[in-house]
Design a protein around this ligand. Structure first.
Ligand code: ADP
Ligand code: MG
Length: 252
């Protein structure tokens, strides 16, 4: 079966959405049909790909059983990249899902009929370990954990790995960690270099070789509704995401 990746970290602003959008775009540009599922009520990935965040059907109507995933998937400006968009209504699922037994499997079941249409599926998670992230981790085979190279970077990572182990044990035995990704790295600062060394020492085999630099083009691209690889394919940020996509594919 084609792999499903969740991009998860309970911290906000660490580069989850940026990584999901840009890795998905790189894989699609390499010629593989790719699906991005936006499972964050903030709908940042949806908007970053140029789509409205109040369209229907969307991931909320799919999780509620009111729409089929195949009817909710829409094309983007990037060839071969399709998106299952989010909507602010999805916040309601945080309250509704826990009341329904077995609801951890909603997303996995909803995606089952379409996942093999895509070579890769990427799930952009919200900044919490709540019911939506749990749904993503049950639907996923692998997790990519973006880590911002700043002070406190390690804080929360041990807890996140414990949660992943719990989900693997209780709900999804297939789940593995694809890798940790250092993001927004400013190689000119001593702090960033120290944090990189510390994270690599703590998790020797888990951290991707590729490091995503802090790059203004990366932060500008979403306001044009495009991945950085379309907005400025020559910039350092686009290069890094191309390298990362190769590394993710090679780790299998
Ligand atoms: P998350 O999804 O984890 O909350 P985002 O991907 O939305 O994080 O990133 C948070 C903010 O940082 C956004 O404004 C984004 O544009 C910016 N950003 C992310 N990665 C980079 C980068 N490598 N260089 C510069 N800005 C970045
Ligand atoms: Mg996000």
């Amino acid at each position: 079966m084609s792999p499903v990746y969740a991009i998860a970290n309970q911290k906000g602003g660490v580069g989850k959405t940026t990584t999901t959008v840009n890795v998905a775009a790189c894989i699609a540009e390499a010629g593989y049909d790719t699906l991005l599922v936006d499972i964050d009520p903030q709908a940042n990935a949806t908007v970053a790909l140029g789509l409205p965040k109040d369209g229907e059907p969307n991931v909320y109507t799919v999780l509620s059983g009111d729409a089929a995933a195949e009817d909710a998937v829409v094309p983007t400006a990037v060839d071969r990249l399709q998106v299952l968009p989010s909507s602010p209504d999805l916040a309601g699922a945080n309250v509704e899902l826990p009341r329904q037994p077995g609801s951890e499997r909603r997303l996995r079941d909803a995606l089952a009929p379409i996942r093999d249409r895509f070579a890769y599926t990427l799930l952009d998670c919200p900044p919490s370990l709540g019911p939506l992230t749990v749904n993503a981790l049950v639907a996923a085979d692998r997790v990519i954990v973006p880590v911002q190279t700043e002070y406190f970077a390690l804080e929360g990572l041990a807890g996140l790995l414990d949660t992943l182990a719990l989900i693997q044990r209780e709900l999804n035995p297939r789940l593995t960690v694809a890798g940790m990704l250092l993001t927004m790295h400013d190689g000119r600062t001593r702090l960033a270099r120290d944090v990189e060394r510390e994270v690599r020492e703590h998790f020797p085999s888990l951290v991707f070789d590729t490091v995503i630099p802090r790059n203004v083009r990366i932060s500008e691209a979403p306001s044009y509704g495009r991945p950085v690889t379309h907005y400025d394919p020559q910039c350092a940020g686009a290069d890094a995401y191309f390298e990362l996509a190769k590394e993710v594919a090679a780790r299998g």
